[in-house]
Write a protein that binds this ligand. Structure first.
Ligand code: GDP
Ligand code: MN
Length: 382
């Protein structure tokens, strides 16, 4: 889960990394109020889960509350690389002498956290990494040893940090490492990590990603998830606890069990179709869960036909058929559906569907037959 800059900075503050005071604002008036409260020049920053905001015009300095309001007006609603700005972060503006870059990622190859530091930070960091990679000091930390002062000295020395900044840099790195480990992060990045004209180091931006699989250990961070940033059907899936993945095609796929769902994607692709998404209802799904699954899947506007592929083990095919029929009663289903039921109570399940004979539902006996049928019904217009 990616955090917004202001959320990452909340965690920075919790771990003792210096950040600027600020407030979040959803309207130009709120931005003005925030600037009045701060009573100093501020910077208005688009809060979107994508980098390069500065270059896209999503970061603007404001000398007074009037200007803060104007900039917020311009930035709110802006589209930054496909992300609409719903909120801005208004923080006390900093004076910058130098911009550094510091990050901690997890290097899967090395099976260790990787720390990177350079004095050439700021908005051109990608170019630095590409054209002058030797300016980027890199160091792995053995997770069993943890972050030690010698790691900090080594990184500062390799990056060429002035000696008088080492103590502050070491404290920030140690705090960031602790944050990285304790919050189960995948990425903690500070770019720029600035040096003020007075020689103070300070985090001016944050990029923070927490491992989704560890969120259960961090209910406070899990709560930061912004459901508004998700497409409506993904939001619905999250809220209802179903496994849903959006893809870029036009055939909706529901199955039970990850293995079956994955092979269904392959078979649909093999039949010449492109999956719009897939949804795994898991083992032992009851009729209610089938209804929820269909509701989520059908709210994706890209779906032109649905393939329902269920192998009954613990899951009973008659229960699934009941779920499908209930969903058809409750939802206004406009797209054709192909249903393939196999395994426990499949005969009963198919019989239920045959008796109800809902229009636009096609029962197939084999997975390949079902895939070919659904691709044909979805048409080839995409
Ligand atoms: P990004 O472009 O999405 O990475 O957004 P950043 O938060 O990193 O801001 C981009 C750039 O804006 C920074 O590298 C700074 O040069 C500049 N910037 C951000 N905050 C301030 C500030 O408080 N004062 C000044 N002078 N510049 C700032
Ligand atoms: Mn940045």
């Amino acid at each position: 889960m990616d955090l917004y800059e202001y959320q990452g900075k909340q965690l920075f503050a919790r771990y003792g990394i210096p950040v600027s005071e600020g407030s979040i604002a959803a309207t130009p008036a709120e931005a003005r109020e925030a600037a009045e409260r701060i009573a100093a020049p501020v910077v208005i920053k688009a809060q979107v889960l994508v980098g390069g905001r500065g270059k896209a015009g999503g970061v603007k300095l404001a000398a007074d509350p009037d200007e803060a309001e104007q900039h917020a007006e311009a930035i709110l609603g802006m589209d930054i690389r496909g992300h609409t700005v719903h909120r801005v972060w208004v923080e006390r503006s900093s004076d910058i002498a130098r911009e550094y870059y510091f990050s901690i990622t997890f290097d899967r190859g090395a099976k260790r956290p990787l720390l990177m530091l350079t004095t050439a930070g700021g908005v051109e960091i990608e170019e630095v990494a590409e054209k002058t990679p030797d300016r980027l000091a890199r160091l792995h930390v053995d997770p069993l040893v943890g972050f030690e002062p010698f790691h900090a000295r080594r990184l500062c020395f390799d990056a060429g940090l002035p000696a008088e900044e080492m103590r502050q840099a070491a404290d920030i790195m140690a705090a960031a490492y602790r944050a990285f480990v304790e919050t189960d992060a995948m990425l903690v990045e500070i770019n720029p990590l600035i040096v003020t004209p007075e020689g103070k180091l300070h985090a001016l931006d944050s990029k923070y990603t927490v491992d989704d699989n560890a969120l259960f250990r961090h209910p406070d961070i899990a709560e930061m998830r912004d459901l508004e940033a998700l497409p409506p059907e993904e939001r619905m899936a999250r809220e209802r606890g179903v496994t849903y993945v959006k893809l870029d095609g036009y055939v909706g796929i529901i199955g039970n069990g990850a293995g079956l769902v994955m092979s269904t994607l392959d078979v649909v692709a093999g039949a010449g179709g492109r999956p719009a998404n897939f949804l795994d209802v898991g083992g032992g799904a009851q009729a209610d869960e089938i209804v929820t699954a269909m509701e989520v899947l059908l709210s994706d506007p890209d779906v032109r036909a649905v393939l329902f592929n269920v192998f009954g083990g613990i899951t009973r095919c008659d229960e699934v058929a009941r779920g499908i029929l209930t969903a058809l009663e409750r939802l206004d289903v406009k797209v054709p559906m192909v249903v393939r039921l196999d395994g426990t109570n499949d005969v009963e399940g198919r019989q239920l569907l045959a008796d109800a004979a809902p229009p636009n539902v096609h029962v197939e006996e084999t997975m390949l037959g079902a895939a070919e049928r659904v691709v044909e019904l979805a048409g080839s217009g995409a």
